[in-house]
Design a protein around this ligand. Sequence first.
Ligand SMILES: NC(=O)c1ccc[n+]([C@@H]2O[C@H](COP(=O)([O-])OP(=O)(O)OC[C@H]3O[C@@H](n4cnc5c(N)ncnc54)[C@H](OP(=O)(O)O)[C@@H]3O)[C@@H](O)[C@H]2O)c1
Length: 250
Amino acid sequence: MRTVVITGGTRGIGGALAARLRRRGDRVVALGSADADLSSPRQTVELAERLPGRIDVLVLAAGRFDQRRVVTADGLEQSFAISVLSRHLLVERLVPRMRGGTVLSLCGVGGLPFGRLNWDDLQLERRYSLTRATMQGARALDLLGAGFADRHPDRDVRYVLWNPLLVDSGMHRYLRQPWRTVVGRTAALLGEKPGAAAERLERLLDRPLPAGLTAFRRGRPVPVDGPGFDPGSARRLAERLDRAGAEHWG
Ligand SMILES: NC(=O)c1ccc[n+]([C@@H]2O[C@H](COP(=O)([O-])OP(=O)(O)OC[C@H]3O[C@@H](n4cnc5c(N)ncnc54)[C@H](OP(=O)(O)O)[C@@H]3O)[C@@H](O)[C@H]2O)c1
């Protein structure tokens, strides 16, 4: 029986995946914000300590994006704290407990030519927008994948980036009107249903993927050797996240 930990496992894509994997007999630990607020580095680190000693699959699907810049009690920009910093902190703590297995992160840019890291303003204090925050976050997740093998050379773990494109998950609930309605209707019309997105992910987890990094855009492989996966930038980001985490968990 596999032990699967899913952050963002209480609803949307992560919730649908949790339900599918439970049905097939996996032991699933599905986590939401009531289990730990992943915008808080301290709560993230404490969560990692409470999780099972052996993990076979770690799914990183927690995310939240707002039109206005939300600052956490620690002074961090919320979407970056949840989507990027918490994933780095969890992977650094949980992967040493893994013997083989898979880290699945939703999502990198999926080979799309948008977004960049604002190295002098990762918290987007000066120029925040929903698009900039979302795409910077996705670029950062590509870099966390790119740096993974470097940081864990002795771990035979697969690291998979999966961009699901548009899924009718209800993520638009965080938006203000009229965007809530516009994005909600677009997702209902053009997006994949969470159950269908989860079915793809279940199949992905059954595939014999190579160790190290692979990336997909809704099932289509994406090359991981372009400038978006630059090892120097990956190291630079990991160092910044190590410092930011250490500053906030004490
Ligand atoms: N939906 C799409 O079209 C789409 C497209 C590309 C990428 N993605 C990515 O796929 C992932 C899943 O998206 P989704 O659409 O399934 O999202 P969703 O339906 O909005 O679910 C978000 C999940 O994240 C959790 N979460 C939010 N804030 C949290 C916090 N502060 N601490 C801990 N957990 C928190 C939520 O838990 P609670 O409900 O308990 O608060 C929930 O389980 C995200 O990373 C998203 O960026 C989604």
